[in-house]
Design a protein around this ligand. Structure first.
Ligand SMILES: Nc1ncnc2c1ncn2[C@@H]1O[C@H](COP(=O)(O)OP(=O)(O)OP(=O)(O)O)[C@@H](O)[C@H]1O
Ligand SMILES: [Mg+2]
Length: 383
């Protein structure tokens, strides 16, 4: 069978999606989401096949058009709850390739699945063979988070972004979502009154040039940086919808979107985590920090954020005298350790005092230990 196909089942109807899941599980891996999450999921990941169950409200046509606009090669199968001719015609026009009317056509659908999936797979292979050089641009969103303040998120985010920008030809943007207090502007000595908040008037038609007008291009590396308004009132006007639109627009225009988050949870942070491809949880090797991580895991379950598939730990400030040793950590952590960064006060201090980035050019002779460790992490991220 086709074990590598990404199949997304979009449904708010428990009876129908249980029927479908029961029939397909075993042969295929199917991810179930509700209708309101469809925009987020298709932006987050390329889907091969979307099975779209007719929702209660009238948004099916719009949603299918949206899926096809983000990812034209995705095959959409519509599960209708009635045979309304006009609707089925509109669904087909919107880009659905097949439809089945439930409950009558359930067995028909299940019996057709292998053929539909196989045809899709062989078409996809043919296309890949012809266009192997062509890669569709969908940038990766990497968020750095920790429930513990001062764990190193901002320093790590800015050095990771600089590293990727300097060592590759990728387009990279660094976004400071510490909306109240900022931080990144200090690390890079950016003196500007343009911040993320200046995007609020254009958020509904947000495009790449709006973003590049507001972001700062760093001298030398040409890294784009979107700084925080550092203003509680402005921060309040930035809602979750704003965050989602900002990140989605960024991923269309940049290869890597690096997001520096604050150490608390609110709806803005939650949205950023949900939009992310990778969440790097910054952990210092001590008992209080581990306790905070456990609390975050529990909170994530209650808020319904999917962590295991996309979260890894970055151990920061690691040294000989750590209270908790690496090998003990491996036993208690539920996430893989993606990188280990040494405690390097001596190396970092001069840069922090001057407000200079830790990395400046591609082939630096003498990197401080902190920068070396982040470089190793950066290269592993690039694969
Ligand atoms: N590997 C390291 N070695 C030594 N010092 C470090 C290391 N990483 C971070 N620091 C220091 O720890 C302090 C906090 O770092 P940073 O501001 O990056 O943390 P943060 O998690 O962003 O904090 P906040 O929660 O306030 O946003 C800074 O003084 C920074 O220089
Ligand atoms: Mg910070």
């Amino acid at each position: 069978m086709e074990p590598n196909l990404k199949v997304l089942l979009v449904s708010d109807d428990e009876v129908i999606h249980n029927q479908i899941l029961n029939a397909l599980t075993g042969s295929y891996t199917v991810q179930l989401i509700s209708t309101r999450d469809v925009v987020r999921e298709v932006n987050r990941d390329d889907q091969d096949i979307v099975i779209f169950v007719q929702p209660e409200t009238d948004i099916a046509v719009e949603s299918i058009q949206y899926i096809k606009s983000v990812s034209p090669s995705t095959l959409v199968i519509f599960i209708a709850k009635g045979s309304d001719f006009t609707q089925l015609r509109n669904i087909t026009k919107a880009g659905a390739t097949e439809f089945f009317v439930y409950p009558d056509e359930h067995s028909l659908f299940i019996s057709r699945v292998p053929t539909i999936f196989q045809n899709y797979e062989s078409n996809k292979k043919k296309k890949e063979d012809t266009f192997s050089v062509f890669t569709k641009g969908r940038g990766q969103i990497y968020s750095l988070f920790s429930g513990a303040g001062g764990s190193g998120k901002s320093n790590l985010a800015s050095t990771l972004a600089q590293t990727i920008k300097l060592e590759t030809t990728a387009e990279v943007i660094l976004i400071d979502l510490n909306l109240q207090f900022g931080g990144i502007e200090t690390l890079f000595s950016i003196h500007s009154n343009r911040s993320i908040a200046d995007l609020t008037p254009v958020i509904n038609e947000l495009n790449e040039s709006h973003i590049r007008n507001v972001s700062q291009k760093l001298e030398g590396s040409k890294l784009e940086v979107l700084i925080s308004p550092c203003d509680a009132e402005a921060a309040e006007r930035i809602n979750e919808e704003f965050i989602a639109k900002l990140l989605r627009t960024c991923r269309r225009s940049f290869d890597f979107v690096i997001v520096d988050l604050p150490s608390y949870m609110n709806s803005q942070v939650l949205t950023a985590l949900e939009e992310s491809d990778q969440i790097f949880y910054i952990l210092t090797p001590d008992t209080p920090a581990l306790k905070v991580l456990k609390q975050f895991e529990e909170l994530a379950v209650r808020l319904g954020i999917e962590l295991p598939s996309r979260t890894s730990v970055i151990l920061n400030k690691v040294g000989k005298d750590n209270e908790v040793q690496d090998k003990d950590l491996k036993n208690v952590l539920r996430f893989p350790i993606a990188a280990t960064v040494r405690f390097d006060k001596k190396g970092l201090q001069p840069f922090l005092n001057k407000g200079e980035p830790v990395r400046k050019t591609a082939k630096e002779r003498r990197l401080i230990p902190f920068a070396k460790d982040v470089r190793k992490w950066g290269l592993s991220v690039l694969g």
